[in-house]
Design a protein around this ligand. Structure first.
Ligand code: IPM
Ligand code: MG
Length: 356
């Protein structure tokens, strides 16, 4: 198989973690006889520095022309002073929108090797953590109007949170499709006791789910969900929610698995073109020090093989190699535990490559 992959390294630890994922993809290509061709493009702060904008047109073209896109992370203190629409994060939001990637899949799965790194008590962790959050990615308050204006002598800021029925329907269908392949349980998360967008969300979700009688379907308010994720995460299989709730809940969901550095994500639209990125940020405090955990990005590459290229055996090979490296006791600083061996980003990448 010949595949074109556009690589957006981004800022902070982005280049380091992406570098390891690319090496892992090369090892998989070699072993299984595929040819992955990598094209590099700028996004975020590095694009601002080089081209004066967080998402150059050339980057959009390179992403749309590719079979898939791998991304590191964007942002950092250097660009924090910029206006909202000039910030590195705008590049990430822009590429998600330009590629039509409305469905963001974020698995929260505990590696048994990392059980001790979870901040939850052992008896909660032992019941198992294995759920997927399906986050709506190109709607809601992230993409509504943002204004800041002076009213009666003080500044007033407003962010609008629109949702149309078709945006809700398509994401609920994606989540239902995933639930069908898993334990057939779907929780739709909203704030229907306060928000109109949530009341519409709930109505549309129920209408769509009438077609999926084999799925156990329920609603949960977002504040209660935040509580249930730490109280009893084993109850969840697939969770579907709007953009900002999903942003917040997936940081929480990843942390209980031991480290946010381990969690991959896939952003998908209607076709096979997807964007794959770890859910962690650019971690400027440890950038360039060979301390970052590349596993979230390496597992994102595995998701790319599975979802965009339909290469299940190859994806398994990556996931098994990661598990084997953890079994060997190797840990980066974020998930270090007593009795384990502390390694850097590069050495963790090496360890996975060797086990492909
Ligand atoms: C994420 C990040 C982004 C988001 C930021 C960097 C814009 O937090 O992917 O979760 O809020 O979507
Ligand atoms: Mg986030």
């Amino acid at each position: 198989m010949d595949k074109k992959i556009t690589v957006l390294r981004g800022d902070g630890i982005g280049p380091e973690v992406v570098g390891e994922a690319v090496r892992v993809l090369e090892a998989v290509g070699k072993k299984f006889g595929h040819n992955f061709e990598f094209t590099y493009a700028d996004i975020g702060g590095c694009a601002i520095d080089r081209c004066g904008e967080p998402l150059p047109q050339k980057t959009i073209e390179d992403c749309l022309a590719a079979d898939s896109v791998l991304l590191g992370a964007v942002g950092g203190p250097k660009w924090d002073g910029l206006a909202g629409d000039k910030r590195p994060e705008k590049g990430l939001l822009g590429i998600r929108k330009a590629m039509g990637l409305y469905a963001n899949l974020r698995p929260a799965k505990l590696f048994p090797q990392l059980a001790d790194a979870s901040p939850l008590r052992r008896e909660i962790v032992e019941k198992g953590i294995d759920f997927v959050v399906v986050r709506e990615l190109i709607g809601g308050v992230y993409f509504g109007a943002h204004t800041t204006e002076e009213v009666n002598g003080e500044m007033v800021a407003t962010d609008v949170m629109p949702y149309a029925e078709h945006e809700i329907e398509r994401i609920v269908r994606v989540a239902a499709g995933i639930a069908l392949k898993r334990r057939k349980k779907l929780t739709s998360v909203d704030k229907a006791n306060v928000l109109d967008t949530s009341r519409l969300w709930r109505k549309v979700a129920h209408r769509v789910m009438e077609e999926y009688s084999e799925i156990e379907f329920s609603d949960m308010l977002v504040d209660n969900t935040a509580m249930q994720i730490v109280k009893n995460p084993a109850q969840f299989d697939v969770v579907v929610t709007e953009n900002m709730f999903g942003d917040i809940l997936t940081d929480e969901a990843s942390m209980i698995t031991g480290s946010i550095g381990m969690i991959p994500s896939a952003s998908l639209g209607d076709g096979t073109l997807g964007l794959y990125e770890p859910i962690h940020g650019s971690a400027p405090d440890i950038a360039g020090q060979d301390k970052a955990n590349p596993i979230g990005t390496i597992l994102s590459a595995a998701m790319m093989l599975r979802y965009s290229f339909d290469l299940a055996a190859e994806a398994d090979a990556i996931e098994n190699a990661v598990a084997a490296a953890l079994d060997a006791g190797l840990r980066t600083a974020d998930s270090m535990a007593p009795g384990c061996t502390l390694v850097g980003c590069r050495a963790m990448g090496d360890a996975v490559v060797q086990r492909i």
